[in-house]
Design a protein around this ligand. Structure first.
Ligand code: FES
Length: 70
């Protein structure tokens, strides 16, 4: 057995931000930038992120702050 080979086109850095809503990091970043979203309520309304179990709150808020330079 060796090291698993990533699938073609798979980006290991493109992790889940919200598993419940199937939203990955790159898609989230692109949506936030394109739609100039600055609050967690705004991203919830547009993407439905963080509207199920809620466990992704810190990740979503942290990434949102990072994108918006807060
Ligand atoms: S992981 Fe985001 S709401 Fe459950």
């Amino acid at each position: 057995m060796g090291t698993p080979t990533p699938r073609a086109g798979f980006d290991a850095a493109d992790t889940w931000v919200c598993a419940c809503r199937h939203i990955r990091r790159q898609a989230f970043i692109e949506t936030v930038k394109q739609q100039q979203l600055t609050t967690i309520d705004a991203v919830r309304q547009v993407t439905a992120i963080n509207t199920s179990c809620g466990i992704c709150y810190e990740t979503v808020q942290s990434l949102l702050d990072e994108i918006n330079g807060s």
